[in-house]
Design a binder for this molecule. Structure first.
Ligand code: ADP
Ligand code: MG
Length: 255
């Protein structure tokens, strides 16, 4: 048991999540058990409404199971004080969620700095790290712009910069290439691939098989249940496609 806790980054047991919709009860997750080890690259797939986003919210400590347990890096999430949960959300986990909106009135630099503000990092260091993260995603020349002055793909890159600025060990991406043209989508995936190569655990929701091909394991959900959970036979390693960015170093904080 101890060994399981030590070797698995996260472990869900019999997780159920229900929502009350008027008089009806929706079972968004209906008993999900899942273990994900450090540095795995997992794609979560399944039809709309199958529970993918609910699962990501629980993994990201943004929501709690109705029943069942969730253990993150050896600790039971349900037993953590709010302060510790906030620290996990700000420092241990990087979110690339479409619904995780950027602050519309703040410029891009400030948006990227935000997790560090919450993390209590001093102003000078905050700025330097945010600038570096934006350079890394190719947006050094957009730092003083506001989100609505950027394209969808650029905003998604801002979200990636924000996700990696705090050097999290886990990246959660919920349809990171949704709404993007295929070229921009591939750029985003190349960045995630590089973060994975740098040692981060990546969990990614997607509808698209060619996006899921970047992952080494595919978990399929249906009606709140895991329908299949398979290693991909041929992990795609395409260093030739990787952009000349030093994302992995930015993520782990190499100087
Ligand atoms: P997916 O991301 O796979 O499309 P979701 O996890 O968003 O699915 O939703 C799973 C089910 O739970 C759906 O039936 C959805 O309508 C319902 N659901 C999700 N969030 C809520 C909520 N906040 N309130 C009520 N029902 C919800
Ligand atoms: Mg969803």
């Amino acid at each position: 048991m101890k060994e399981t806790l030590a070797t698995n980054t996260l472990s869900l047991r019999d997780v159920v999540k229900t929502y009350a919709m008027g008089t009806a009860i929706v079972r968004a997750l209906d008993g999900v058990s899942l273990e994900i080890a450090k540095n795995e690259y997992v794609a979560v797939m399944g039809p709309s409404g199958s529970g993918k986003s609910t699962l990501m919210n629980i993994i990201g400590c943004l929501d709690v199971p109705t029943s069942g347990t969730y253990c993150l890096e050896g600790q039971m999430v349900a037993e953590m004080p709010e302060e510790r949960l906030a620290e996990i959300r700000n420092r241990r986990i990087g979110f690339v969620f479409q619904t995780f909106n950027l602050l519309p009135r703040a410029n891009i630099l400030h948006n990227v700095e935000l997790p560090l503000v919450y993390g209590g990092v001093a102003r000078g260091e905050r700025r330097a790290r945010a600038e570096r993260a934006l350079q890394t995603v190719g947006l050094a020349d957009r730092m003083s712009h506001r989100p609505n002055e950027l394209s969808g793909g650029q905003r998604q890159r801002v979200a990636i910069a924000r996700a990696l600025v705090a050097r999290p060990s886990i990246i959660l991406a919920d349809e990171p290439t949704g709404n993007l043209d295929s070229k921009t989508g591939e750029d985003i995936m190349a960045m995630l691939d590089e973060l994975h190569a740098g040692g981060q655990t990546i969990i990614l929701v997607t509808h698209e098989e060619h996006i899921a091909e970047h992952a080494h394991r595919v978990v399929r959900l249906r009606d709140g249940l895991i329908e299949s959970d398979e290693a991909r036979r041929t992990p795609v390693l395409s260093p030739a496609k990787a952009p000349a960015l030093d994302l992995a170093a930015a993520a782990v904080g190499a100087a």
